[in-house]
Write a protein that binds this ligand. Sequence first.
Ligand code: FE
Length: 136
Amino acid sequence: MAKTEEKYDVTLSDAEWRQRLSQEQYAVLRRHGTERAGTSPLDKRYDPGTYVCAGCGQKLFSSETKYDSRSGWPSFWKPLDGGVGTSTDHKLIYPRTEVHCSRCGGHLGHVFEDGPAPTGERYCMNGVALKFEPKG
Ligand code: FE
């Protein structure tokens, strides 16, 4: 899907995003930054719940699809239906598939083809772009 053609339900100005988000959240979600590996407390968390977008609150991933990829970033083998969109990222020599929130367009991370069964996908997410909502 061509990112330039995507329309998001949540659209804020750059100034509004800066106000709403922490510096770290802004750098990742709105500027396609990457948090340092191993810095997110969500990386080692496996209790039941839902991971939502830190920008707009949309539900993105279930704890049921979270696994330890040993990459230092929270990793999932599948997003929730309709939660995320993808685009092609040409920032490095090899193209990668960028993953963002389908509601606000906030950058979340990338998806790779070296994940576990049943999908074989690894959604490699920046923990700072997510908020964890424990079940119940
Ligand atoms: Fe969002």
